[in-house]
Design a protein around this ligand. Structure first.
Ligand code: RB5
Length: 153
C-alpha cells in the first residue's frame, strides 16, 4: 500500500491542499508537503509540479498529488520530468484506472473544477490502486518509456 505521499500546489490549488493535508494524515499516510507553504497569488505552478516530480524520481515519495487551478498546467509540467507519469483526473474511474493500466504516479487535480469531497474520492481511488500485472500493461509501459528515452537523446 502506498504510504509516502507528496502533495503540492500553486495558489490556484492552495486552499484545497490546506484542507486535505490533515485528512490524508488522518487516513494514515505520511504526507510530504512540497509547497506552496503560503498563499501567494503570484507563484507559478511549474515550481510545485517540479517539486512533486523530483520527490517521485528521487524516491522520497511513492506517489504525489498536485493541485493547480485546472490540473492541466501541473500535469504538463510534471510530465516533463523523466519517470513521471502524471494525468489530470476529475473522475474516480480515471483516478484508479490510470494507476492500474498506466502506472500513473502523479495525480493532478483542478481546485477550480472540483470540490473537496470529490477530491477526497479521487485521491482515495488513486492511492489505493495498484498497477495490474498483465503482459499488455507492461508492454505498453515499455513503449511509453521508449518514447521518453528517445526524446532524451
Ligand atoms: C493560476 O492562476 C492558474 O493558471 C494555474 O493554477 C493553473 O490552472 C494552470 O494550469
Amino acid at each position: 500500500m502506498t504510504k509516502r505521499v507528496g502533495i503540492a500546489s500553486d495558489h490556484g490549488g492552495y486552499p484545497l491542499k490546506v484542507e486535505l493535508v490533515p485528512w490524508l494524515q488522518a487516513e494514515g499516510y505520511d504526507v510530504v508537503d512540497l509547497g506552496a507553504h503560503e498563499l501567494d497569488p503570484l507563484d507559478d505552478y511549474p515550481d510545485f509540479a517540479d517539486a512533486a516530480a523530483q520527490a517521485i524520481v528521487s524516491g522520497q515519495v511513492e506517489r504525489a498529488i498536485v493541485f493547480c487551478g485546472s490540473g492541466a498546467g501541473a500535469s504538463i509540467a510534471a510530465n516533463k520530468v523523466p519517470g513521471v507519469r502524471a494525468a489530470v483526473c476529475h473522475d474516480t474511474y480515471s483516478a484508479h484506472q490510470a494507476v492500474e493500466h498506466d502506472d500513473m504516479n502523479v495525480i493532478c487535480i483542478g481546485a477550480r473544477v472540483i470540490g473537496a469531497e470529490v477530491a477526497r474520492e479521487l485521491i482515495t481511488a488513486f492511492l489505493t490502486a495498484q498497477l495490474l500485472d498483465g503482459e499488455k500493461y507492461h508492454r505498453r509501459l515499455k513503449k511509453v518509456a521508449a518514447i521518453e528515452q528517445r526524446s532524451l537523446k
